[in-house]
Design a protein around this ligand. Structure first.
Ligand code: GLC
Length: 551
């Protein structure tokens, strides 16, 4: 397999800096074999859709063999495809079809933990205390008589103790579900094996990697252990947290960079790193992963001050990193944007907070104004696509899908929900896409759907939106096509448009104006390119964005 592209230009090498990336959650995208679970041939069958949408790249959440204790983020084998999702040959066919359509392929690498069915972990369980096999994981002696108690009181992010007993007085550490034992990154074999995995996919033509929990790999488990109440707060600006964002993690990424640079163009990587903002730059270092997710936009409310501050902070970051920033409204871990923006907020309340209370606990369902939420989500995506840097689009947001907040409890799969009697978890944004307005699982596949689709999804189907120039899908298509023409150079100038209007200008006289206030406002003079909603007497109404060419 050839990996060298002769005549590669700087533009080819830097494609990711301004890319629009579409996140595919493979189990919920398209199901080719009718077993109710999306698969790689399903993605191949929808390449035309992705090309018509106009995205530059797709990022695939994990499709590796997995017992799905955490939606595939519990990996049994990093260098294969889950048989329910296809084969390596299906992967090659899919990648070739995407590449033929001009779409790059990014895969998810999960280095913090394996699954508990990974051969390494099975070996570690069987091999016993003091064995070489146990060195690949974070394993410690328990406390109390015969190690019957966990080593300390640390908790897992999914609830309960972060330690599980191995039955012989030793315990393994897991940041996430108990089916996700954390790897020991001090072990040279662990390091070498992941470099092999990166080459395995890069050799198959993968263009880049999304690095899961990039800030968690290196840990300081020297004793005495700090009490959980100190460790629970994860963000520190000085790298002193025992479990998160330790300086040494960047040694690993320097090794990975050497692997990425073996290829032409060099392979790209983006870090998922929930770190103190002042430390994000380290993950975006060109000598390391190169880009780091900026999640601030999905935390922001639909609010002028929030948007402006978030954009300014993202751009300031770029000054430090020399990379580009990423903008996103949602992903597979976050309540859908069309619902967030339609939540009723009391004074001082934040949408993410309210959404979490409702969706992640057993709170009373609020009256969501979905029409308002969608109107705002449409306005927001035009802002994101008008910004310098890279924009990530979560599958289904281009259809305006709402969160499914009322999945029956027996349908829930997310370990956050399964492990708790009160939390609903993240399944509500992972419900399979509706492609057609009728038929079994609304065109997702010929069988059922691994998470039930509500009847209301039919109205959001691709089929229903495709021919409608006012649909959200049409808005995304037009915006992505225009962006690829208009996005020239990284500069952004703010235009002062008063307390209720966000107004920014990009090179070439590309203006993006959003009305966050209640009353219609005048548009700048120029040629109207696109609006997220209808104008009212030629003026821009509330919760609406317009792109205008002023020169
Ligand atoms: C990341 C993923 C999330 C997963 C977790 C553990 O945060 O985005 O879905 O549960 O890592 O792998």
């Amino acid at each position: 397999m050839t990996t060298v592209a002769p005549g590669t230009t700087a533009l080819d090498r830097d494609w990711w800096k301004t890319a629009t990336v579409y996140q595919i959650y493979p189990r919920s995208f398209a199901d080719a074999n009718g077993d109710g679970m999306g698969d790689l041939p399903g993605i191949t069958s929808r390449v035309d859709y992705l090309a018509a949408l106009g995205v530059d790249a797709v990022w695939l959440s994990p499709f590796y063999p997995s017992a799905l204790a955490d939606g595939g983020y519990d990996v049994d084998d990093y260098r294969d495809v889950d048989p329910r999702l296809g084969t390596l040959a299906d992967f090659d066919t899919m990648a070739a079809a995407l590449h033929a359509a001009g779409i790059k392929v990014i895969v998810d690498i999960v280095p913090n933990h394996t699954s508990n069915a990974h051969p390494w972990f099975l070996e570690a369980v069987a091999a016993g205390r003091g064995s070489r096999a146990r060195e690949r994981y974070v394993i410690r002696d328990g406390s109390g008589a015969h190690g019957a108690e966990p080593p300390n009181d640390w908790e897992s992010l999914f609830g309960g103790s972060a330690w599980e007993p191995l039955g012989d007085g030793q315990w393994y550490f897991h940041h996430f579900a108990r089916e996700q034992p954390d790897l020991n990154w001090e072990d040279p074999e662990v390091r070498a094996d992941f470099r092999t995995t990166l080459r395995f996919w890069a050799d198959r033509g993968v263009d880049g990697f999304r690095v899961d929990v990039a800030h968690g790999l290196v840990k300081d488990l020297s004793e005495p252990y700090a009490p959980w109440r100190e460790v629970a707060e994860t963000l520190r600006a000085d790298g002193s947290h025992p479990l998160w964002d330790r300086d040494d993690v960047h040694e690993i990424y320097a090794e990975w960079r050497a692997v990425f640079n073996e290829y032409d163009p060099p392979r790209f990587a983006v870090a998922e790193a929930a770190v103190h903002p002042s430390r994000r730059a380290r993950y975006a270092d060109p000598q390391g992963l190169g880009q780091a997710f900026n999640f601030a936009m999905q935390e922001a409310d639909f609010d002028l001050a929030d948007f402006r501050a978030t954009i300014e902070a993202g751009l300031a970051d770029v000054e430090v990193t020399g990379s580009t920033t990423t903008w996103l409204l949602g992903c597979h871990d976050t309540p859908r944007v069309a619902t967030r923006y339609g939540l009723p907020l009391a004074a001082g309340e934040r949408a993410q907070q309210v959404a979490r209370q409702w969706l992640l606990s057993d709170g009373r369902a609020p009256e969501v104004d979905l029409a308002l939420g969608l109107r705002r989500a449409r306005a927001a995506i035009l802002v994101l696509l008008a910004l310098p840097g890279s924009t990530y689009i979560y599958q289904g947001d281009e259809l305006g899908l709402p969160e499914v907040g009322d999945l029956p409890p027996e349908a829930l799969q997310d370990p956050m929900a399964v492990r708790s009697s009160t939390e609903k978890g993240r399944d509500g944004c992972r419900v399979p896409l509706p492609w057609t307005t009728t038929g079994p699982s609304l065109g997702f596949g010929s069988g059922g759907s691994h998470l039930p689709q509500p009847a209301s999804f039919a109205a959001y189907a691709v089929e229903a939106q495709e021919g409608d120039p006012t649909s959200t899908l049409s808005l995304y298509r037009q915006a992505l096509a225009l962006r690829s023409e208009l996005n020239r150079g990284p500069e952004l100038h703010w235009v002062d448009a008063g307390p209720e209007v966000l107004d920014l200008e990009r090179p070439g006289g590309w203006r993006c104006v959003t009305n966050f206030g209640p009353r219609p406002v005048d548009l700048p003079t120029g040629r109207l390119l696109l609006t997220s909603g209808d104008l009212v007497d030629g003026r821009l109404p509330a919760d609406t964005t317009a792109w205008v060419a002023t020169s």
